[in-house]
Design a protein around this ligand. Sequence first.
Ligand code: GLU
Length: 430
Amino acid sequence: MGTAAVLNREQRQHNQEKESLNLFNSTQTVIKEALDNLGYPNESFELLKEPLRMLTVRIPVRMDNGSIKIFTGYRSQHNDAVGPTKGGVRFHPEVNEEEVKALSMWMSLKCGLVDLPYGGGKGGIICDPREMSFRELEGLSRGYVRAISQVVGPTKDIPAPDVFTNSQIMAWMMDEYSRIREFDSPGFITGKPVVLGGSHGRETATARGVTICIEEAAKKKGIELQDARVVVQGFGNAGSFLAKFIHDAGAKVVGISDAYGALYDPDGLDIEYLLDRRDSFGTVTKLFKSTITNKELLEKDCDILVPAAISNQITIDNASNIKASIVVEAANGPTTLEATKILSKRGILLVPDVLASSGGVTVSYFEWVQNNQGYYWSEEEVSTRLRNVIEDAFRKVYSAAQNHHVDMRLAAYIIGIRKMAEASRFRGWV
Ligand code: GLU
């Protein structure tokens, strides 16, 4: 690799770390506002402003060319006053400590919002799975479980899929954990294949949850979903299934994107074709010549905008140019706090990430319950229960926003943090 390329990579890493620090700081800001709103003392904030535990591990993996590569991984546990911690593991070159910490705090808020008996956790490994073989990925997944096995477990901390991890990776991790403990432990991890104790509906759960939020938000804004024009930024697990559900509901998906570019057609895109051609990392736009940038896509004409890719997409620079009247955050942290204020002033209804993306962890909870009871539910049962949970959470956040005269993000934090703050108080921690 040339010096320029190395510098470029280092610069990217540096920018990413700075961005993650911003995300982490803005999460703390809103947590503080939420606790103040609820009347909790500063000690509660001191406890909840950082994860309780953060483990950094080094994972040696023998690569296909015979060399040994050492990977760095993390597991952050935000708060376990309510119950075991819960949250996904991401495999990505730009994973860093601040990001994993912030993501574990968001998991706490999500679990609080949908009233699960969990606190938040999150893990990550710095790696690029797009450049690794199946065998190398298996070695890395198993190595990670060996490295964190002391701090995780079905009643301690339960991992799950996240960016660039899937049910196959969950299966390897579950197998490794079961070998270490010497008994079958399906409840150690969620998002497994159905034949290994996974739940029906888990793969599409995040997208289902987002879709339910879109339906609820559309009702509040008096928009008929049938006639709505929707832009979805990102075509990964959440974005692609979501585009399909919205399309099936009769809405017109006019824009989609991946890491390389975006497609926009005011007459509606051929979603079936795009789903068919996407690869397992959500890449599809490379097949097209006339693409636009992700930045351009966000400012295109539409009724509903769904950022379902990465963080910091709607910022002070473009918030005034957003045309949608509803923004539903399917990704984690796509809108900065300054931009949230601008959208709110402009009367745009924003459904915050901790609410919109809570469908995944909700069905993960259902999976864990099924594993613990050894009795499994049908797809319909999962889907009805999920709908009830998300509709209820949406209602609570919407009315908290009205009652406290705050934006939907702060309202979601108020609901999300309450149970954890209360549980920490009852335990006598603060
Ligand atoms: N990684 C997903 C999230 O961020 C799911 C977590 C889980 O299922 O535990 O919500």
